[in-house]
Design a protein around this ligand. Structure first.
Ligand SMILES: [Zn+2]
Length: 573
């Protein structure tokens, strides 16, 4: 294979070749044909979904010399080829994340006043634009206020909430979505065929799932696998490269759960542990599979699932036997395990306990599955009662990094668990056994912090959530304009409505279902919603204190850097 990366090699050269993002393509195409291209665009969305590819296509399209506007970019003319090769002097690509020199970015932007050297338009592509320096931002803002006719700015970001409103308001904004497993695996198959690579059945889907919607990550993995050498790329190779547990083990455990067969269930867990597999990853895979099963069982609609053909058949078989209530309880139980598995000194014990709880919880333990009390001392704690409560909110779909981490297409672990080193982090404290009324335990702090992390995520996605509700029901979308998320309590998202009417309307089961659906899709998790019309103002309680503390930029920065939690709040004296 050529030294060139597969992602770059197969970067789409025309709109037709682009995978996904049809809504963006359509709008941009129309703009080209009707010659009403804006001077500023903002492309937002997760990494690896084609923002910069699209930016280059647009740069080519506005400069392409093909006589037929509908055929632009042609991919063949001088403008198209020089831009594709990154040699065009009039197309300036900047990565704000890596551009360390503050002055460079500002100077580059200020030079927009000079006319293009050889093309119709001077196009600036600014990747991760939220990281521009203040000076560069000001220069950009000034330019966007009165852009020269020959200038087009294409800003891209993964974190749109960090882009100042003054910039946002001057840009035409497009939201890029993750690629589905089906689209990613189809693309992988096609590229593998062109590269003469043999992929075993199921391998493209496994890669696609691990890439969580990022085509770049998916192709990075394919490239790694290809470099292993001869023969077909097997599912085992994919799994071992990605550190994924074989789907068979997950399936065995689900089979056992569905048959209420505790012996087989525990054997499956121990089988995984014996192989030295990553128990956390196994548990995440389990949760993901159970979630798919629940969606299928609850709706009968496979289009809600992002799975390949083979997998769908297995899920359909299970769905006929599964019980929705039990599924929900299991998902709650297992999704609460991630944090505990990261910090426990007891290996896979938490998973074993949870399996037992899942199957005998409602009989043997005297309470329904998944009904652990929140907070310390909510229930007298038998060993299993400790499994869920303090950690439940940090469910894997929210906090985990995609199986493929940022820096490398194949790294699997998320940011190292710095819990132990970090200065502001909770540890198992020997004095944790205080009365809960006096001082919240470290565990309560962890739970509350985890809840807030989820809340922040929901807040940042709130606009997207409202947008996604619209096609399902414009009425509910309108309703959401008067409603906002204010808290997360375990697996419940608390929404604040501006009136009783709004609250009542949202809580009608069909409406509530739409909102829960969309939220859970956005978060890839299982949350219920609860509506309230009172704002909680008691800042004396733990949640209130944490909420206040998190408003402080320094605190936020420290928490981000150390992946840390707030463990103690000293009152101002
Ligand atoms: Zn062209």
């Amino acid at each position: 294979m050529a030294s060139q990366s597969l992602y770059r090699k197969w970067r789409s050269q025309t709109f037709n070749e682009l995978i996904g993002q049809e809504h963006v393509v359509q709008t941009l195409r129309n703009a080209i044909v009707e010659e009403r291209v804006s001077h500023a665009y903002l492309f937002t969305g997760p990494r690896g979904v084609g923002k910069t590819s699209m930016a280059r296509l647009l740069a080519k399209a506005v400069n392409c010399i093909d006589p037929n506007p509908a055929a632009r970019p042609c991919g063949r003319c001088h403008a198209c080829t020089t831009i594709a090769e990154g040699r065009a002097v009039d197309v300036i690509e900047m990565d704000a994340a890596s551009n360390t020199s503050v002055d460079d970015a500002r100077e580059l932007i200020e030079r927009v006043q000079f006319r293009p050297a050889e093309m119709r338009f001077k196009v600036y592509v600014v990747d991760e634009c939220h990281m521009l320096s203040t000076a560069a931002f000001n220069a950009l803002l000034k330019t966007l206020e009165e852009p020269p006719d020959h200038a087009i700015f294409i800003l891209a970001t993964t974190e749109v909430h960090k882009v100042p409103a003054t910039i946002l308001s001057r840009c035409q904004r497009f939201t890029f979505t993750r690629h589905s497993v089906a689209a990613t695996s189809a693309h992988l198959r096609q590229i593998a065929a062109s590269e003469g690579l043999d992929l075993d059945a199921g391998a493209p889907e496994a890669i696609a799932r691990a890439a969580t919607g990022s085509m770049r990550d998916a192709l990075g993995v394919l490239e790694q696998l290809a470099s292993f050498g001869q023969g077909a790329i097997t599912l085992e190779q994919v799994h071992s490269l990605l550190g994924m547990t074989a789907a068979a083990e997950v399936n065995a455990l689900i089979e056992a759960l569905l048959h209420d067969d505790l012996g087989s269930a525990l054997r499956a867990v121990n089988g995984v542990a014996d192989q030295g597999a990553d128990i956390r990853q196994f548990t995440r895979d389990l949760v993901e599979r159970l979630r798919a099963l629940m969606l299928l069982r609850a709706t009968g609609d496979p289009s809600l699932l992002d799975v390949g053909e083979d997998e769908l058949r297995v899920l359909e078989g299970w769905a006929r036997r599964a019980d929705t209530v039990a599924l929900v309880a299991w998902i709650k139980l297992f999704s609460g395990l991630d944090f505990q598995l990261r910090t426990t000194p007891y290996g896979h014990l938490p998973l074993e306990l949870t399996v037992v709880e899942a199957l005998v919880g409602d009989r043997g333990l005297g309470r329904g599955p998944g009904t652990g009390g929140r907070g310390p001392g909510a229930t007298p704690s038998p060993p299993v009662a400790r499994v869920a409560p303090p950690v439940r909110a940090e469910s894997p779909p929210i906090t985990r990094a995609p199986a493929v981490a940022k820096e490398s297409p194949v790294a699997v672990e998320e940011s190292p668990a710095v819990a132990e080193e970090s200065p502001v982090v909770a540890e198992e404290s020997p004095v944790a056994e205080e009365s809960p009324a006096a001082a919240p335990s470290p565990e309560a702090f962890i739970a509350a912090n985890a809840d807030f992390t989820v809340l922040e995520r929901i807040e940042s996605l709130w606009d997207d959530i409202k947008r996604d509700v619209r096609p399902r029901s414009p009425t509910v979308q309108a309703l959401l304009h008067s409603i906002r998320p204010i808290d997360v309590e375990g697996n419940t998202i608390v929404l604040l409505a501006s009136s009783q009417f709004h609250k009542d309307s949202l809580e009608k089961p069909p409406n509530r279902r739409i909102v829960e659906d969309v939220i859970n899709k956005q978060l890839a998790a299982v949350f219920a919603i609860r509506c309230t019309i009172e704002t909680k103002t008691e800042t004396r309680d733990l949640r209130g204190q944490i909420r206040e503390a998190r408003k402080d930029e320094m605190v936020r920065a420290a928490m981000n850097i150390f992946d840390a939690h707030i463990v103690e709040i000293e009152p101002d004296v």
